[in-house]
Design a protein around this ligand. Structure first.
Ligand SMILES: [Cu+2]
Length: 155
């Protein structure tokens, strides 16, 4: 029995290490990018995908050292017009679900983007959740003309 247990321990330790390393690479937030406004000084918009964990969670805020203030916004159609609304109580991330922030939908509105944030660079975004650790993600910066063009006017 003593021999068996001594063989099991290293195998278990290895499995745990492998799992931990993977979860660091693949956090809850993926595919993060942002689009600069065509007008310098106007807000940019950030997009990303959030995967739910074992239990329901809530995205509370997004921050960046390169952006003065970030609000979560939703887009809806009212009287045939696209309308942006600020989300004040966070965004529900259902357990095992996927929530996408994308052009024409929810997005992170970025006010006061630092002037060194240029297309092709990456900026750090920190996602704060109701439960669990904050997630740090690098978002690719895209220029105003690099998107699909459908909602460039809004930002
Ligand atoms: Cu917005």
């Amino acid at each position: 029995m003593r021999i068996l247990s001594s063989m099991l321990v290293p195998a278990l330790a290895l499995a745990l290490t492998g799992c931990g390393a993977k979860s660091h690479e693949e956090g809850p937030v993926t595919d993060a990018w942002m689009r600069l406004s065509p007008i310098e000084g106007n807000p940019a918009a950030g997009y990303f995908t959030i995967k739910g964990g074992e239990e329901d969670n809530r995205l509370l805020s997004v921050t960046s050292p390169k952006v003065a203030s970030i609000e979560l916004h939703d887009m809806s159609i009212k009287d045939g017009m696209m309308e942006m609304k600020r989300i004040d109580d966070g965004v529900m991330i259902p357990a095992h679900g996927t929530v996408s922030f994308s052009p024409a939908g929810m997005h992170a509105m970025m006010f006061g983007v630092a002037s060194e944030v240029k297309p092709g660079r990456k900026i750090l975004l920190t996602f704060q959740f109701a439960k669990g650790e904050p997630a740090n993600v690098e978002a690719l910066v895209r220029g105003a003309g690099e998107d699909d063009g459908s909602h460039g006017m809004m930002h």
